[in-house]
Design a protein around this ligand. Structure first.
Ligand SMILES: CC(C)(COP(=O)(O)OP(=O)(O)OC[C@H]1O[C@@H](n2cnc3c(N)ncnc32)[C@H](O)[C@@H]1OP(=O)(O)O)[C@@H](O)C(=O)NCCC(=O)NCCS
Length: 156
């Protein structure tokens, strides 16, 4: 996760924004406790990770303020895609796409018909390739320098 945050965002963010983004990205142990987080291995090594959520929080790690563990209603709410990170040595091999497919299947099995996420600029091309559409831009400046983000959504 740290390598992905530090290396793969260099194309999109300056040093201060990357530093700032550490507050709003990273490990969310709730996803692991919920059993909605996937790890992809290659030759026994971590190639990527990511997951989905049936809880309200849109993005962020354990250290991010303002999170809500409230459960979503599949009949009314969109499930979330969360915390997607590919090891820099394993990008563009389909790791991210594979995780999104696993997440969509799992959310669909629980009755969700829509998904939403908040994308970094680094994540946006992956989500777009997977059928998500941006519908609102925002800037998160809680970590200092403003980090541009996109709200994206998809019907399952
Ligand atoms: C976003 C991220 C998880 C993508 O992971 P990935 O495993 O490389 O993605 P995939 O190989 O599955 O890509 C699938 C498709 O998405 C698109 N895509 C992914 N990364 C892209 C990039 N950097 N530039 C352009 N298109 C990209 C392409 O269409 C790609 O298909 P192709 O390689 O056949 O052209 C990875 O870049 C990352 O960890 N970034 C830093 C952390 C981050 O910002 N995570 C998102 C949080 S919202």
């Amino acid at each position: 996760m740290n390598l992905a945050i530090d290396e793969l965002q260099k194309m999109f963010l300056d040093e201060r924004q990357i530093e700032s983004s550490r507050l709003i990205m990273g490990l969310d142990t709730q996803l692991i406790d919920d059993g909605t987080y996937f790890v992809i291995e290659s030759d026994g090594k971590l190639a990527g990770c990511g997951g989905w959520s049936r809880r309200e929080t849109m993005y962020g790690g354990d250290q991010t303020p303002g999170r809500s563990p409230a459960l979503l209603d599949p009949a009314r709410d969109a499930a979330r895609i969360r915390a997607m990170y590919t090891h820099p040595e394993h990008t563009r091999k389909g790791v991210g796409r594979l995780i999104i497919e696993l997440c969509e299947a799992a959310a669909r099995a629980e009755g969700f018909t829509r998904m939403e996420l908040v994308a970094t600029l680094s994540g946006e091309p992956l989500y777009r390739a997977c059928g998500f559409e941006p519908y609102e831009s925002l800037v998160d400046n809680r970590g200092g320098a403003g980090v541009p983000l996109w709200r994206m959504r998809k019907n399952l």
